[in-house]
Structure formats: C-alpha cells, structure tokens
Design a protein around this ligand. Structure first.
Ligand code: SAM
Length: 244
C-alpha cells in the first residue's frame, strides 16, 4: 500500500531486524536512508535490493516535497543508520508533512538504544526523560543540564566515548552526584553496563575513554521526604512551652 513506513533497524545485532521490518523493506518502492552504505549492508544481509534515496539533516528540506509526492502512489520506507528513525535522527518533519498531505503513515517499531539502555541500567523506569545528545561545548552543556536538574525522572542521554568523562563530570556538577549507568555497545559483542555514582563513573573513564556507542542513564533526584506531622506537633508543643 502507498504511504510512509517508518522502519526501525538493528542497533548492533542484525538478527534484531524484525520479520515485519524485513518484509516492508523488501517490498518498498523506495527507501529513504541516512547513509546508503549502511543500509546497503542491511539489505544485503536480508538478500534484498531496493532503490535508495538519501534523506539526512543536510538535504531533508529539499528532498521532502518529492518524497511526500511519491507517497501518494508508492510505498516509501524511512530508515536511519541504526535504531528507530526520528529518535535523535531525522524524520519528524517528514512524518509531519506526510500527515498534513493526508498520506498513510505506518510505524514498524523495533530497536532503540535509549529504551534498550533503560532495560540494562537498573534505575527507575516509571518516568524518564530522553535528553538525546547534550551540546558539546562546556557552557551550553552546563546550561542544558541546569534546565533538566529539577526534573523528577530518570534521564537518558546519548554520548560519544571521547566526551564521556567530561559529560559525566558536568552531570555531577549540575545534578549532584547521583547514581547512574554507562551502557555501551548494546546488542554487540562487547555489550556492557557499568553502574556507579556520576563521580565514580567520571573517574573511571577519565583516562580511558571507552570505544563504541554509549548511552548514559542517570537516576532521578532523591525526593525530599514529606514533612512529618509528628515533628510539627512536637515543634508546636515545644514552642507553646516558651510562650509567656
Ligand atoms: N535512532 C537511534 C536509536 O533509536 O537509538 C539513535 C541514533 S543517534 C544518531 C546514535 C547514538 O545512539 C549513539 O551515539 C549512541 O549514543 C546511541 N547508540 C546507538 N546504537 C547504540 C548501541 N548499540 N549501544 C549503545 N548506544 C547506542
């Protein structure tokens, strides 16, 4: 059927491509891709050859109208290099414009590094804030951290190995020394999750920037305990004894 198909692809282990995702990709009239070399590898893995057109941050404006037009009569699949399109990846404006044009929009859910990291970290999952990548410059990063500091939720951040230690130190500075987890290379051979306080983790990675892809998960702030009514009664009784 004609329309836009948002297709999640593996974040490391090719076996994580769902049968439904493989089916949609094998039948798509065209696949909008971030990097054709990356998606060509995936298509080779499933023995499929389909036309690809580049759709990434630098050409999205120009490519969108043509893609929206094609969706009227053709199936257009959208993939990113890894994981779920639109999640720290291009695509939301394509979905917005496809909807505005009345096109059929379907999602094929699957791997997402943020969600996978939450499942490994062992931190609360009932409320979380996906932060994506923080700014790389120190001042802008500190500002962004200050904005999220009061949020009562677990935080999920994407980061690169070389910047990891500085990012953890900045998080500790802005949020306090909370519990956290550094998850790395999820679904790949060297998958790991290292837990500790932000300071411990910053120290661990300071002289040894880790290789591979990383998600940081940070615990919510510790809730201040509600005032104890017994304390209030005692304080009042004590105050009354001092009244003249
Ligand atoms: N759309 C993707 C998703 O659904 O997760 C994310 C794309 S974003 C441009 C790439 C970042 O995701 C990496 O820098 C890393 O922080 C994280 N990431 C992707 N694959 C990962 C993996 N296998 N293990 C840990 N983090 C990963």
């Amino acid at each position: 059927e004609a329309g836009l198909y948002i297709v999640a692809t593996p974040i490391g282990n090719l076996a994580d491509l769902s049968p439904r995702a493989a089916d949609i990709l094998s039948r798509a009239d065209v696949i909008a891709v971030e990097d054709s070399r990356v998606t060509a590898g995936l298509l080779r893995h499933i023995g499929v050859k389909r036309p690809m057109i580049p759709y990434h941050d630098h050409n999205a404006e120009g490519m969108r109208p043509g893609l929206i037009a094609r969706m009227a009569t053709e199936s257009v699949a959208l993939v990113s290099d890894a994981g779920t399109p639109l999640i720290s990846d291009p695509g939301y404006k394509l979905v917005r414009d496809a909807r505005a044009a009345g096109r059929h929009v379907v999602t094929i859910p699957g791997p997402c590094a943020a969600i996978a990291a939450l499942t490994l970290a062992g931190l609360p999952t009932d409320r979380f804030l996906f932060v994506g990548f923080l700014p790389s410059k120190a001042q802008a990063r500190a500002q962004a951290i200050a904005e999220i500091a009061p949020v009562r939720a677990t935080l999920v951040l994407y980061e690169s190995g070389p910047r990891l230690a500085a990012c953890l130190a900045a998080l500790s500075e802005g949020l306090g020394n909370r519990d956290a987890a550094v998850t790395r290379e999820i679904s790949k051979r060297f998958e790991e999750a290292v837990t500790g306080t932000l300071d411990q983790l910053a120290a661990r990675y300071a002289d040894a920037p880790p290789k591979g892809e990383i998600v940081i998960v940070v615990a919510p702030p510790i809730a201040p305990s509600p005032p104890d009514p017994l304390d209030a009664d005692a304080a009042l009784a004590e105050a009354l004894t001092r009244l003249p």
